[in-house]
Design a protein around this ligand. Structure first.
Ligand code: PRP
Length: 188
């Protein structure tokens, strides 16, 4: 078994978006969402696992009636590159028929995960469907996908923190940082 190293900050090359910037942006998104979904009782669907930190903060930034649900897909596994095949690992608990759906995602990279989820969820006849992503890497897009609420557009760096992992670690950082290449290259 690998000896686990506790000082995860040593693996970070730099801070791309600091905690205050993230928090301010999430509050701004929460205000917009509250305005747009007034009296619509939306369901915020968190795409596990990366979006849990965003969902928790976004929920607190939204001041209208809403509910939450969770869905899990996978395409990356332990790799830094997507396999291109998106698999549904865990489905929603509730029906979304007739509901206003807001999909909450930490990052849109190739867009394959969002495209898959959009196609899948639209077959369930929601009243509306929108996507909120904290981060977007437009340079990496393989499929065209409209994002209704975006926090930050970022360059094609390998980022971790605020829910985003590498090899299941670093999700607990309260900022978005870039990972030192030696960390992901040693397994590559
Ligand atoms: C990450 C991220 C998105 C997806 C985006 O999830 O949370 O769901 O990749 O990539 P794409 O636009 O190229 O499809 P990951 O598969 O790493 O799972 P995790 O959320 O459990 O970390």
């Amino acid at each position: 078994m690998n000896k686990s190293k506790d000082n995860i900050k040593e693996d970070i090359a730099g801070v791309l978006i600091d905690s205050e910037q993230v928090q301010n942006k999430v509050k701004e998104l929460g205000k917009k969402i509250s305005r747009d979904y007034k009296e619509k009782n939306p369901v915020l669907i968190s795409v596990l696992k990366g979006s849990i930190v965003l969902l928790a903060d976004l929920l607190k930034a939204v001041d209208i009636s809403c509910s939450v649900d969770f869905i899990a897909v996978s395409s990356y596994g332990e790799n830094t590159e997507t396999s291109g095949v998106v698999k549904l690992i865990m489905d929603l608990r509730e029906s979304i028929e007739g509901r206003h759906v807001l999909l909450v995602e930490d990052i849109v990279d190739t867009g394959l995960t969002m495209a898959y989820l959009k196609e899948n969820l639209l077959t369930r006849h929601p009243a509306s469907f929108k996507i909120c992503a904290l981060l977007s890497k437009p340079q990496r897009r393989q499929v065209n996908i409209d994002l209704d609420y975006i926090g930050f557009e970022i360059p094609d760096d390998f980022v971790v923190g605020y829910g985003l992992d590498y090899d299941e670690k670093y999700r607990n950082l309260d900022y978005i940082g870039t990972l030192k290449p030696r960390i992901y290259q040693k397994n590559g």
